[in-house]
Write a protein that binds this ligand. Structure first.
Ligand code: ATP
Ligand code: MG
Length: 357
């Protein structure tokens, strides 16, 4: 599978961390946008395997396994390595180098105000035990993005503060090292001589899908996810376990804020049936059981072609795609790094990154 994305198209960058395989939240939060935009944009899809070390530094075999699983998820939903560049963060050294430059332009206090960082510390029970590297990951993410100088970054709502930080650091770098003035519009930074564009964020159709616990964001790491690769029985079991807090099937049910209906709204193509289910639930004529049963049917119908496609992708296909994409990603990121180093007087020698057989 060799890819030839056209460099004339505007660029797009996004990615996933291999802390597990992909779930329904990823689908509505980011994958759908990628699918829609992969023809229009020169897309770079990154596996943030270094960032998986923030919570899994002692489970590197799992990171490797999930790296391959996520690429299978991408292909199975229809992302196409002949159109887009799929690549591995850990094999693009320019990203790590850019992280160093951006870290110097970011105040520690500003970093600690990032609400996603605070949220992750709380939800993942990290307490005071997070590593120094954990605090580096949002800066690393700025470098992941800006190394490709993209116009747009499609993500779920939880990532918006990281993209805001990315925009701030792009402006700051351009102002400090490229002579761009503070009055320059975001859209004009490159034409004003800046190395970096100020990229736009694009949030998915469902900005934040709730998990099966009915409470937190659906997350790979929180045990509240329905995965794209789950088999039909597992999907059914997970639907049956969804907690709504309803005491009895004959009580009038609450639809507002009920995760079962959040899922029906997001995934059930039959809007009329959803309206009917809501009316029956509110009047107390059906219980959670019926709503869950129909939800499992809807999800399994949606996931069936995804599962079939997934079964056709082997580990060696994935590795070939990643190698090819990571080489192209290096070509691009090296160009950006050279521009950035030149701008801040670190541009001494030229180099290329190439893989050996
Ligand atoms: P982790 O629990 O390890 O942080 P995650 O499930 O949050 O994993 P990420 O790899 O961090 O997954 O996120 C990949 C992309 O999917 C990001 O753009 C993120 O905003 C989006 N995303 C993740 N979970 C959801 C969700 N529940 N709803 C909408 N978008 C989501
Ligand atoms: Mg996350």
């Amino acid at each position: 599978m060799s890819a030839h994305p056209s460099p004339a198209r505007p660029r797009l960058l996004t990615g996933d961390t291999p802390t597990g395989s992909l779930h329904l939240g990823h689908f509505v939060g980011s994958l759908e946008n990628r699918l829609q935009l992969q023809d229009e944009y020169d897309c770079y899809f990154l596996i943030a395997n270094l960032h998986a070390l923030t919570t899994r530094s002692q489970e590197t075999a799992d990171i490797r396994r999930d790296t391959l699983e996520i690429v299978k998820d991408w292909v199975s939903v229809g992302l196409d390595p002949r159109k887009a560049t799929f690549f591995l963060q850990s094999e693009v050294p320019a990203i790590a180098e850019l992280t160093w430059y951006f870290a110097m332009l970011l105040g520690y206090g500003r970093l600690m105000k990032n609400p996603t960082i605070k949220d992750e510390i709380r939800v993942k029970n990290l307490g005071d035990n997070y590593s120094f590297g954990f605090l580096m990951y949002p800066v690393g993410q700025v470098a992941d993005i800006l190394a490709f100088r993209p116009k747009v970054v499609p993500v779920g709502e939880d990532q918006v503060p990281h993209i805001e930080m990315t925009r701030e650091l792009a402006r700051r770098f351009n102002q400090v090292y490229c002579g761009v003035t503070g009055k320059t519009d975001d859209a004009d930074h490159e034409t004003a001589g800046g190395v970096f564009p100020v990229p736009e964020v694009k949030v998915g159709r469902v900005a934040r899908l709730t998990g099966t616990d009915g409470k937190n964001k659906m997350s790979k790491s929180l045990g509240n996810a329905i995965f794209l690769s789950d088999d039909p029985k597992t999907v059914q079991k997970k639907c049956n376990k969804i907690f709504t807090g309803r005491q009895s099937a004959t009580d009038p049910g609450v639809v507002e804020g009920n995760v079962l209906f959040e899922y029906h709204d997001a995934f059930n193509p039959d809007a009329q049936r959803v309206t009917q289910l809501k009316e029956q639930y509110q009047s107390g004529s059906i219980g959670d059981g019926q709503v869950k049963k129909e939800l499992a049917e809807v999800l399994n119908a949606m996931l069936s072609p995804i599962r079939e496609k997934r079964a056709q992708v082997s580990d060696s296909d994935v590795l070939a795609v990643l190698r090819d994409g990571t080489q192209r990603a290096n070509d691009q990121a090296e160009k950006t790094l050279a521009m950035a180093k030149k701008a801040c007087d670190f541009g001494f020698f030229h180099r290329t990154v190439a893989f050996k057989d």
